[in-house]
Design a protein around this ligand. Structure first.
Ligand code: SF4
Ligand code: SF4
Length: 435
């Protein structure tokens, strides 16, 4: 037995004589006596320890075989995937005027036409092969609730289609929250609405300065009123976009939520992400500030870890660290723009050369254009962060190089932050196994 490639070892001051081992492949955390670690290195583990350390992925029978298996891991995940996930950008319109809005010049009265929605339904039916058990649609915008009638008609059709196959249909919304009234929540939850992600940029004053209505009026009170009146109907997650000058005020939002009775049992998750610097011509959907992107700048690393601590400290849930390839690598996952053009990731909407097809003509082979399997090189395959990174974010590579030919190496980010994130999880929510 040998130590897995995909292990990070950290000191653990609270238990002298022990080390903290984290498997990036299994997302398992183990406290191990230093002498047990030495026994692994010498190949002299007891059989009881072998049995205990094999399952959480700390040791493997053969490191070379483990590395070879990583080459095929994403294919295996794709082969076993019994779901189909479609992100639909319903419009590029919005009733807000956010200071950092990404839709720039593209924003306007651009809505998915009924004919395009018909093609979308045909596309989904065509991709929903008989082995599929569930369909999920993420409705994006602009502001998706400006297209509520379309959400309802697509959902009615998809609900009855999946039922006829003995499968299930769910959908989610990424919304600014201003139009999410109780009646809408009730209607949509009957059609399969599972969760809503609402963006709030810190306490009232900060949020209102960043995310006003088009009229210039603040939107904070409207959103909070809507969350209060809908959080018993559907799971509500809160996202927020921080900047260098305002992130320290974000914990005040968490205190406000608690004071208003929006306690951790009523809010499904909270996650704050930095406002990304994007090129002028960038037209990715509003509020696309995805957790799968990470940035190596020191202030961002500090701000991200600090805000995560504040969230966990108050008992709110936040996404766990887990192995996750870029969505581009996931076969049954597509992003459809309002005009019917298909992409692999919302960040690439509008980027020439990164379309993978359209609803009328179908999907082209994108394995070369999207550099599938970019992580299948010796550096990545022997990198302990591989299961958390898989070569990083294509979009961040694009921002950096203007192309996605090279990896977006997250090593500096993980070197600086992973130990802190794991120790936060131990402190606030994970059980550790002591060996
Ligand atoms: S390119 Fe980046 S943002 Fe897009 S799915 Fe991949 S990791 Fe996420
Ligand atoms: S891109 Fe960098 S961090 Fe990611 S797997 Fe490859 S070597 Fe590791």
């Amino acid at each position: 037995m040998e130590l897995s490639y995909y292990i990070k070892t950290y000191p653990f001051e609270e238990r002298p004589g022990y080390l903290l081992l984290y498997s990036t492949k299994k997302a398992s955390i183990i406290l191990l006596k230093e002498e047990t670690c030495q026994s692994i290195e010498k190949g002299m583990l007891s059989s009881a320890d072998e049995a205990r350390l094999l399952k959480p992925g700390i040791i493997v029978p053969d490191r070379k075989a483990e590395k070879d298996a990583m080459r095929g891991l994403v294919n295996e995940v794709n082969a076993k995937n019994s779901g189909l996930n479609i992100t639909v950008v319903l419009n590029l319109d919005c009733n807000f005027d956010c200071i950092y809005c990404y839709e720039g010049n593209m924003k306007g009265k651009l809505y998915m036409a009924d004919e395009t929605a018909g093609f979308l339904i045909d596309f989904i039916k065509g991709r929903f092969t008989h082995d599929k058990k569930f369909l999920n649609i993420d409705f994006y915008g602009g502001e998706p609730l400006l297209s509520t009638a379309l959400i309802k008609s697509i959902s009615r059709e998809m609900k009855s289609f999946t039922q006829s196959r003995g499968a299930s249909y769910t959908f989610t919304l990424i919304t600014n929250g201003s139009l999410f009234k109780r009646k809408i929540a009730e209607d949509l939850s009957l059609l399969g609405l599972q969760s809503v992600k609402i963006t709030i940029d810190g306490p009232a004053e900060v949020h209102n300065a960043c995310r006003p209505f088009k009229s210039g009026a603040g939107s904070f009170d409207t959103i909070m009123g809507n969350i209060r009146e809908t959080c018993d109907i559907v799971k509500i997650g809160i996202g927020g976009n921080f900047q260098r000058g305002n992130y320290e005020s974000f914990p005040l939002l968490l205190d406000y939520l608690k004071k208003e009775g929006l306690t951790p049992d009523r809010i499904s998750a909270v996650k704050f992400d930095p406002v990304m610097k994007r090129p002028e011509e960038d037209t990715a959907p509003a509020d696309f500030i995805d957790g799968c992107m990470s940035i190596n700048e020191p202030w961002l690393i500090k701000a991200g870890a600090l805000l995560r601590e504040e969230v966990l400290k108050r008992g709110y849930n936040t996404p766990k660290l887990k192995p996750m390839p870029c969505q581009v690598e996931i076969a049954d996952s597509y992003v459809v723009n309002f005009n019917g053009v298909i992409y692999k990731c919302p960040a690439f909407i509008g980027k020439k050369g990164y379309e993978i097809g359209d609803l009328r003509d179908g999907v082209m082979d994108y394995s070369n254009s999207h550099k599938l399997g970019i992580y299948k090189n010796e550096d990545c395959l022997e990198c302990e962060y591989l299961p958390l990174c898989f070569g990083g974010c294509r979009y961040m590579a694009y921002i950096r190089d203007g192309s996605i030919d090279n990896t977006d190496c997250k090593r500096p980010y993980f070197d600086a932050t992973l130990e802190t994130l794991i120790k936060q999880d131990i402190k606030y929510r994970l059980k550790t196994e002591n060996c």
